[in-house]
Ligand binder design. Sequence first.
Ligand code: CA2
Length: 151
Amino acid sequence: MQKHILVLHGPNLNMLGKREPQIYGKLSLKDIDAALKERASSAGFLLSTFQSNHEGALVDCLQEAFGQVHGILINPAAFTHTSVAIRDALLLHDTPLIEVHISNIHKREAFRSHSYFSDIATGQIVGLGARGYLLALDAMMAILTDKEDLM
Ligand code: CA2
């Protein structure tokens, strides 16, 4: 059976590539999603993506995905630092969870250092730019196939 990975993007990430390239890089969200889908499908995984600027829409997406997905990658964006609602919706899922941040949230304003997700995530990738999503996907696929090898 094909395993399904859900990728969620929080508010303003639809602006990637259009503003603040010095912090968030030059790639668009479309570029990132396409690269993730390509990599997942060549490894035999199904991958869906969803972006919203609205907390409730992200919660709805997580509720609809209940029992349908095997792993979740999330960049909650600004909701990282505020959202108990998204945290609770993620806790509905008994699946591996990887939190991704394009920038290094620990090197920026103090309020960005706290995440409502870090203690419920399987792992976190921060500060590696858009490639962090691909690294997170590789890690997720390895987790979902029980791979422990390093190559
Ligand atoms: O570094 C990350 O990935 C963040 O999750 C990005 C969020 C920020 O609030 C978090 O603290 C760290 C902001 C996303 C805003 O994305 C933009 C993209 C292009 C132009 C402007 C904003």
